[in-house]
Design a protein around this ligand. Structure first.
Ligand SMILES: Nc1nc2c(c(=O)[nH]1)N[C@H]1C(S)=C(S)[C@@H](COP(=O)(O)OP(=O)(O)OC[C@H]3O[C@@H](n4cnc5c(=O)[nH]c(N)nc54)[C@H](O)[C@@H]3O)O[C@H]1N2
Ligand SMILES: Nc1nc2c(c(=O)[nH]1)N[C@H]1C(S)=C(S)[C@@H](COP(=O)(O)OP(=O)(O)OC[C@H]3O[C@@H](n4cnc5c(=O)[nH]c(N)nc54)[C@H](O)[C@@H]3O)O[C@H]1N2
Ligand code: SF4
Ligand SMILES: [Mo]
Length: 746
């Protein structure tokens, strides 16, 4: 039977001994953080941009005379980092030194009835994949091959897949992350927020962070700008059930009852309109539907919101006034990980509306208009027109989604009677779907239905255990990638080039895509000699060259248009149906959704249960850094934040290890250390995402802390764009002598 076909293989013990070395580099790496800031004489440097998170800061990799990497520091000319990397980027070299890295291609085989990974050559692995892709495409069409991807490799593999005839490409960074905000801003302003965000934080006089925990969320440029804004006296208002780092820098901390933010937002809009605290000229000139909005929010008084959010009505009024006083230099920040409760697009619509009536879009200290260089693609033949688009997997739904919905693809992979849109092959690049997608049971069901699973990663993470073929990519320090083409106040380009040779048998993503492409008969799509020729051609089209970029790393271009902000009285056409900022959304109306955001109530935890809240830690990126030797030095497990009242009730003590059980009876695989703190509300517990790895081959990360994803089984789908609301899960404590603790689901 198919469901027992693909056993989880802990990618261990099958490596040939000779390949497992690299201990030596590790020592150098662990000294690295202490060495920083020293002088750089005698070291040679090569440019890169960081892949430890998706902010992609540009930097310099310094090497000593023996070619050993000594340190990475930020590039002064880069607006993403202004010469300073965050702790993760600084420690990023640990990813290169990590001796647990994937070292050689692996193919799943059955030996004596047991499934194991066997080491393979690249030829064997790529031939195997190409044969399977061809036979599956012959039977079901090339569109049934999917690429899930996060990060730089997506460009190479995406090109290969489109040439093959499939546009089934998806990233969890949409439907598990930014999706609701992009759709909300698209329907309101006809444009998205982008990454890096177009927020003019450095010149802002009032910053409103709603569950946006900048400071723990270390997106570099924004953290730096927040600290500049604070120095210049900006008022910060943080809405968070947890006393976050951002809250600790704030004039106002609003410890909201979780899941009620939309009520607060609507009452803020109410207060601003009732008091005339809005930008009348701006609203008149640029917006559509103000009168409907005014009518709509009449009901949402601060007293009404108080009963829902627990925020004092006077504080609601006072904070609204602070925003108005600072306007238009005010940012009600849209946040980034926005898939919370399933009505997320509506919540973000309220955020977009609030900014609009304060006049902050297109204004200094609000949201600027970013610009980027028109950077040509290397000429290749046109892609074949696919027979089927990936969106057909969820035909009739999520029409406003502007990217492919990964959970929609996952669902459609599971065979069912009413869907013939099944996908047969998953290529998984730089995304650990077992951690990224909620509802692991579904992900596993989909995986079991597949003909082929290929994972391209640098580490033996959970998803590699379900692969038929594992391909080891080298780290960003060992490869070229596409030029980083940034949208910012000033357009910039940044180069990533190899600082050193790929370790072990790992290979760069561009090489993998091309070699696979050639085996699929797609050589015409890869006409360049190598990446150097490819990049040099592109750079020359914009008046630079590979040689220049190797020297400078980052190139700034002047803006073509003087339109960073709206000019006084300027006419402006917004890319919406009405050409205006749509307070009242005609797109939403056409799709049958409320055109003005409506408050809906969400479940609260049952007796004895607490809401599972999760977030980021400054020294880690999701699960991708959990085994990094430099960063585990700084934090090697997550802890469970528990309010003292709750701790008292349950007799919990600091540093005690406990397991958690969720509302569906799922018990965590591992235990987590208790941290008793007033910084979390009594109705929630909190942990950092990205821990609790169950692959033994991750020697520093295995069994450290709890993986929040395994407890996220109640998923609230946003009907507008398909995103997975993940914050409606409730947990209770399981003590070691508790029987329930034994029924562990892996
Ligand atoms: N429970 C829960 N789920 C979440 C979230 C959460 O907070 N909690 N957050 C959500 C959000 S906001 C997002 S954006 C997604 C992100 O989720 P993912 O897209 O999975 O992102 P990462 O965990 O950063 O990266 C995944 C993989 O990339 C690999 N990798 C790192 N560098 C490279 C490289 O150079 N090449 C290749 N080929 N692989 C590489 C890492 O080893 C890791 O296995 O998860 C979402 N899912
Ligand atoms: N260091 C580091 N930085 C990162 C990342 C990383 O992995 N590591 N990942 C990056 C990525 S891809 C993303 S998407 C961002 C995510 O970062 P953000 O968008 O800032 O964060 P979220 O994960 O949405 O939110 C976490 C915060 O929301 C609060 N919260 C929980 N429930 C509620 C609620 O009901 N209402 C309100 N108002 N607040 C609530 C939590 O207490 C927590 O402080 O971080 C980015 N930056
Ligand atoms: S914010 Fe940090 S981890 Fe992310 S790209 Fe920049 S330096 Fe790297
Ligand atoms: Mo994200």
């Amino acid at each position: 039977m198919k469901t027992s076909r693909r056993q989880f293989i802990k990618t261990s013990s099958l490596y040939a001994g000779g390949l497992a070395m690299a201990g030596s580099g590790l020592k150098a790496a662990s000294g690295l953080l202490k060495n920083l800031g020293g002088n750089v004489e005698g070291l040679s440097r090569t440019p890169t941009y960081c892949e430890i998170c998706f902010w992609q800061c540009a930097g310099w990799v310094y090497k000593d005379d023996d070619g050993r990497i000594q340190k990475i520091i930020g590039n002064d000319d880069d607006p993403h980092c202004n010469g300073r990397l965050c702790p993760r980027g600084t420690g990023g070299v640990g990813m290169y030194h990590d001796e647990d890295r994937l070292k050689t291609p692996l193919i799943r085989r059955t030996v004596d009835g047991k499934q194991v990974f066997e080491e393979a050559t690249w030829e064997e692995a790529l031939d195997f994949i190409a044969e399977k892709m061809k036979s599956v495409a012959a039977e079901f069409g090339p569109e049934c091959v999917v690429l899930f991807s996060h990060g730089s490799g997506g460009a190479h593999l995406g090109h290969m897949l489109k040439a093959f005839g499939s546009q089934s490409i998806s990233a969890p960074s949409f439907a598990q992350c930014r999706g609701p905000r992009e759709v909300a801003f698209l329907t309101t302003y006809g444009d998205i927020v982008y990454s890096p965000e177009r927020t003019d934080i450095r010149d802002s006089r009032c910053l409103v962070f709603i569950g946006y925990h900048l400071g723990e969320n270390m997106h570099n440029g924004q953290v730096q700008e927040m600290s500049d804004a604070i120095d210049k006296g900006a008022t910060i208002i943080t809405v968070d059930p947890r006393y976050s780092v951002a809250a600790s820098k704030s004039k106002y901390w609003l410890p909201i009852k979780p899941a009620t933010d939309l009520a607060l937002l609507l009452s803020w809009i109410h207060v601003l309109i009732e008091n005339g605290w809005y930008d009348k000229e701006y609203v008149e000139k640029y917006t559509f539907g103000f009168e409907q909005l005014r009518e709509h929010v009449k009901q949402y008084t601060p007293e009404w919101a108080y009963g829902i959010t627990t925020i004092d009505p006077n504080v609601i009024r006072r904070t609204a006034k602070e925003m108005y006083d600072a306007s238009p230099a005010v940012i009600v920040h849209p946040g980034r990980h926005t898939t919370w409760y399933g009505d997320d697009t509506q919540r973000l619509r309220a955020v977009a509306i609030l900014n609009a009536i304060l006049g902050s879009w297109g204004r200094r200290g609000g949201f600027y208009f970013p610009e980027r260089v028109q950077f040509p693609e290397y000429p290749t033949p046109a892609y074949p027109v696919p027979n089927r688009l990936p969106t057909e997997a969820y035909a009739g739904k999520y029409n406003l989604a502007n990217e492919v919905v990964s959970n929609g693809i996952c669902d459609a992979t599971i065979p069912s009677v009413d869907s013939d849109c099944n996908f047969k092959v998953w290529l998984v690049n730089g995304t650990n779907l077992m951690l990224a997608l909620p509802d692991q049971k579904k992900t596993l069901q989909a995986i079991q239905a597949l003909e082929l699973v290929v994972v391209i990663d640098t580490m033996p993470v959970e998803i590699t255990g379900y692969a038929d073929v594992v391909l080891p990519e080298c780290t960003f320090l060992e490869r070229y990638d596409m030029v980083r083409v940034s949208r910012h106040r000033e357009p910039t380009l940044a180069l990533r080039m190899p600082a050193t040779e790929p370790k072990y048998h790992s290979k760069p993503g561009d090489w993998i895509a091309r070699e696979l492409g050639i085996r699929l008969g797609l050589a015409a799509y890869f006409p360049w000699k190598d990446m150097e020729e490819h990049l040099d051609w592109q750079l020359k089209q914009v008046g630079s060259s590979l040689e220049e970029m190797k020297r400078i790393g980052v190139k700034k271009f002047p803006r073509q248009y003087d339109d960073l902000y709206l000019h006084e009285g300027e006419d402006f056409f917004f890319n919406t149906n009405t050409g205006k900022i749509e307070l009242y959304s005609t797109d939403m109306e056409e799709e049958g959704f409320p055109p003005l955001p409506v408050y809906t109530e969400h479940e609260q935890p049952p007796e004895g249960f607490y809401r599972l809240n999760y977030g980021r830690a400054p020294m880690h990126t999701f699960g991708r850094t959990a085994n990094n030797p430099n960063l585990t030095d700084l934090m090697d497990e997550n802890t469970l934040w528990v309010n003292p009242k709750v701790a008292n009730l349950w007799g919990l003590e600091n540093d005690q290890y406990i397991k958690l059980r969720n509302q569906d009876g799922i018990v965590s695989t591992f235990s987590i250390k208790v941290r008793i703190t007033e910084r979390i509300r009594w109705d929630s517990v909190y942990m950092v995402h990205g821990f609790g790895h169950d692959n033994k081959k991750l020697s520093r990360a295995h069994g450290r802390g709890i993986n929040d994803t395994e407890l996220i089984t109640n998923v609230k789908i946003d009907p507008v764009m398909g995103g997975t609301g993940m914050r409606s899960n409730f947990v209770t404590f399981v003590f070691e002598n508790d029987n329930a603790g034994e029924e562990v689901e892996a």
